[in-house]
Design a protein around this ligand. Sequence first.
Ligand SMILES: [Zn+2]
Length: 121
Amino acid sequence: MRAKDLERFKKMLLSQKAELLNSSRKLLTEEAQHSPDDLADETDLAASEINQSLTLRLRDRERLLIQKIENALSKIEKGTYGVCDSCEEPIEVKRLEARPVASMCIACKEEQEHKERIFAY
Ligand SMILES: [Zn+2]
């Protein structure tokens, strides 16, 4: 991959990571403001429990995505970014533009998803 492209993907990944960290920080502050201790009413309590599990799930997804971003950034450092984890062929630049954290080419990703579907049944 060209150095210019690498630089571009690095910027994309870094800004995506900053955004994620920002939004999880916002979630944490919001949570602190709505601590269940302040709620007298049972309905409010139930609603706050739902909110909390939603927040947790969101945070799990964010953590996973941050991990993928870190992974992609370290690949940029090592010079292996844009290479498919599975077949070691270069990943299409168009695919990376849509999804800079992609670690597999479309063919391998589809194969993996196909296998996952079979195992799910
Ligand atoms: Zn592949």
